[in-house]
Design a binder for this molecule. Structure first.
Ligand SMILES: NC(=O)c1ccc[n+]([C@@H]2O[C@H](COP(=O)([O-])OP(=O)(O)OC[C@H]3O[C@@H](n4cnc5c(N)ncnc54)[C@H](OP(=O)(O)O)[C@@H]3O)[C@@H](O)[C@H]2O)c1
Length: 315
């Protein structure tokens, strides 16, 4: 199934494949790296043409006590860990270079002594960024990215990464995750691109959770870690009513809102089947008109905290 989704994505001209050394989700020692291996097998089977047409983004797990199986003693980030992580990703993917390499979750908080001459980065983060620059000079990594950072930490990283060719931040962009002014301003000030993920909030905005009951076979209920968007019935129902009153479905409202969000350079979709890929692309269509976006903002203000994207929300 995964190969058919990738084939169709290639046919449709979708250009980026995003993965991570920790995927698939939920993170598990037995399956860690399988997503990259699968992409590698697909690329190998499709020949050099596919590699030339697809851009690959993968990520390095960050600090923390979860996933102790990743890189063993080199679990934390730093120069040696980065080298090991990149080597592992290249090997599993069967490629010689990465179009973007992203820090999946750097330290969530700034170091305690983050005052001049420090730059707000942990020593391990500074070392990792310097090592990323070496990898870029060696032609192994073309661009770099970060994910899941609150605005003040994003600003520190953006300053440190500004000399690299491509830098982006990945964060959730969907109806259930309003983007704060502080985050928007930080990105604009530093010229850092936003790549939005989970436009359907892991599938919650497909509409099938409106029944409130458990649904067999879906990712949300199979994997407890996807709790971020669970138990949001009231707000999801409000978006569903808005969608229907506007002559569209909830997933259409969700996809159009995410795909055309101001400041979003692109979105990462997570289709599990070819029909989901086709559906997501078709639904993204045109931007919502201004009055509909205003109604979305009103629902977000009524039901959701309009705070920042908090760190540690990786997936
Ligand atoms: N940097 C990070 O920390 C981070 C975090 C999360 C994601 N990401 C990236 O973003 C990608 C997408 O994230 P995501 O999987 O959460 O995206 P998503 O598109 O919000 O959710 C995907 C889920 O939505 C459902 N779905 C997809 N297409 C559909 C359609 N056309 N109609 C109805 N339902 C549909 C499926 O759920 P069912 O399986 O229930 O059918 C699918 O598993 C990931 O693969 C990853 O590369 C990055």
């Amino acid at each position: 199934v995964a190969f058919s989704v990738l084939d169709r994505a290639l046919e449709r001209g979708l250009s980026w494949v995003d993965t991570s050394e920790v995927y698939p989700t939920p993170f598990d020692a037995r399956t860690q790296g399988d997503s990259e291996r699968l992409i590698g097998r697909w690329l190998a089977g499709r020949g050099g043409d596919a590699r030339d047409r697809i851009r690959i983004s993968t990520k390095m797990a960050g600090p923390g006590t979860d996933q102790p199986w990743i890189r063993g003693p080199l679990r934390a980030i730093g120069r040696a860990a980065l080298r090991l992580a990149v080597e592992g990703c290249l090997g599993r993917l069967g490629v010689e270079r990465l179009d973007v390499f992203t820090l999946h979750w750097p330290y969530p908080d700034p170091p305690e002594q983050a005052s001049p001459p420090h730059d707000g980065l942990h020593e391990a983060e500074r070392e990792t960024i310097a090592a990323l620059s070496e990898l870029r000079d060696e032609g192994v990594v073309a661009g770099v990215g970060v994910c899941n950072l609150p605005p003040e930490r994003l600003a520190d990283f953006a300053s440190a990464l500004s000399y690299l060719k491509t830098s982006w931040t990945q964060a959730p962009v969907n109806l259930l995750t309003p983007i704060s002014d502080a985050e928007r301003e930080t990105r604009a000030r530093h010229g850092i691109a936003l790549v939005g993920y989970s436009p359907l909030a892991h599938g919650v905005l497909s509409g099938r959770y409106l029944t409130r009951g458990p649904i067999s076979g879906d990712r949300l209920h199979r994997h407890g870690f996807l709790r971020r968007y669970r138990d949001r019935h009231a707000v999801i129902e409000a978006f569903d009513v808005l969608a229907r009153d506007s002559g569209m479905t909830l997933p259409e409202l969700a996809m159009r809102h995410a795909a055309h969000h101001p400041g979003v350079a692109g979105i990462l979709i997570g289709p599990g089947r070819v029909d989901q890929l086709e559906g997501a692309v078709a639904l993204a269509g045109d931007p919502l008109d201004a009055s509909l976006e205003a109604a979305v903002a009103e629902i977000q203000a009524r039901f959701l905290n309009t705070g920042t994207v908090s760190a540690g929300h990786a997936g």
